[in-house]
Design a protein around this ligand. Structure first.
Ligand SMILES: Cc1cc2nc3c(=O)[nH]c(=O)nc-3n(C[C@H](O)[C@H](O)[C@H](O)COP(=O)(O)OP(=O)(O)OC[C@H]3O[C@@H](n4cnc5c(N)ncnc54)[C@H](O)[C@@H]3O)c2cc1C
Length: 294
């Protein structure tokens, strides 16, 4: 690695000031599990940084707070381990635990942050589909102030986000889970651990009062497009319908059509499309069953 300066601010304001003061060539670093590897291997898609600003000591990025009627504030600087170990997240947003709990090894999970996973913008990022299916919003703060956007608008392409220079992802805002709802995330990988999703699928469903109709369905796909995506046609085909095996199979087939994967060493495009259908169908059954049980 080439040399760079390193700053370790203790607050969000101080971090923003550092970027302002030091000017161009700065890069935030959280757990470093993506960034350090990229800098070492030269795989970064941006100019080599002149300085790094560590986010590890910013209390604003460590928030984990439930607000009645509003939902969860989930700091971007929380590590995967902190997300997984939170009783609040486990109880109310288990799909996030499904994603955060499989990021690399225990050592990776102790360093990797949920915000870093989003900001690295890999189409295969394991926390992206659950965040999409749960309709999280991202709070971003930068030199021009603050903005809150649906997480769906956060990614622009592989390794690219809407973040402007000096802007930081501060937290995710998750709406409270509705009654009779459930969400789940699974990925397909050839190996059980230490692998990248060939396909990742998150499904969130909400049943109506008597449990006979799907009031809402959210289907999010990872690793099958330049960014994590929502399968909106599949969702629309389910909403307002009885969750019969036929309706579920039809929606899964639509999700397959919405995927635009590439072929690479981990799987062909055709295999990935096939997986989207199989995993989506399976997860819809699982989530609907869980929502029924309440
Ligand atoms: C051995 C190993 C196994 C892995 N396995 C998986 C896996 O199974 N699934 C998976 O999804 N990922 C996996 N990863 C990738 C990685 O761990 C995650 O993407 C991780 O969540 C990145 O978080 P970080 O805090 O380490 O980010 P960093 O490496 O610190 O940063 C990543 C990028 O995001 C930017 N950034 C970080 N935080 C912010 C912020 N708050 N605001 C603005 N920009 C920010 C940085 O500038 C950098 O460009 C693995 C990595 C390793 C090394």
């Amino acid at each position: 690695m080439r040399p760079f300066a390193h700053f370790s601010p203790k607050s969000l304001d101080e971090a923003l000031d550092t970027f302002r003061r030091e000017g161009e060539g700065g890069r935030p670093i959280a757990g470093g599990t993506d960034l350090v590897v990229q800098l070492k291997e030269g795989g970064h898609k941006f100019p080599y940084p002149r300085y790094l600003v560590s986010l590890r000591r910013l209390p604003e990025l460590k928030v984990l707070e439930w607000r009645e009627g509003e939902g969860l504030r989930l700091g971007a600087g929380l590590t995967m381990s902190e997300v997984v170990e939170s009783a609040l997240v486990r109880e109310r947003y288990p799909a996030l635990v499904d994603g955060a709990g499989i990021v690399g090894s225990l050592q990776t999970m102790n360093m990797a942050t949920i915000g870093g996973n989003a900001c690295n913008a890999a189409p295969s990022a394991d926390t992206a589909p659950p965040l999409l299916a749960l309709e999280a919003r991202a709070r971003v703060v930068g030199p021009e102030g603050e903005r809150v956007l649906p997480v769906e608008q956060f990614w622009l392409g592989p390794g690219r986000t809407v973040l402007r220079p000096g802007e930081l992802l501060v937290e995710f805002l998750l709406p409270p889970p509705a009654p009779r709802s459930a969400a789940v995330y699974r990925r397909h990988t050839p190996r059980k651990q230490m692998d990248i999703a060939v396909v990742g699928v998150a499904v969130a469903v909400e049943l109506d009062g008597d449990g006979r109709t799907l009031k809402r369905a959210r289907i999010a796909l990872g690793a099958v497009a330049p960014t994590p995506i929502r399968a909106r046609r599949a969702e629309a085909a389910l909403e307002g319908q009885a969750p019969t095996p036929e309706a579920i199979a039809r929606a899964a087939a639509l999700a397959r059509e919405e995927a635009t994967p590439i072929s690479d060493v981990r799987g062909s495009a055709a295999f990935r499309r096939h997986l989207v259908e199989v995993v989506t169908e399976r997860l819809l059954h699982e989530a609907i069953e869980r929502a029924r049980r309440g």
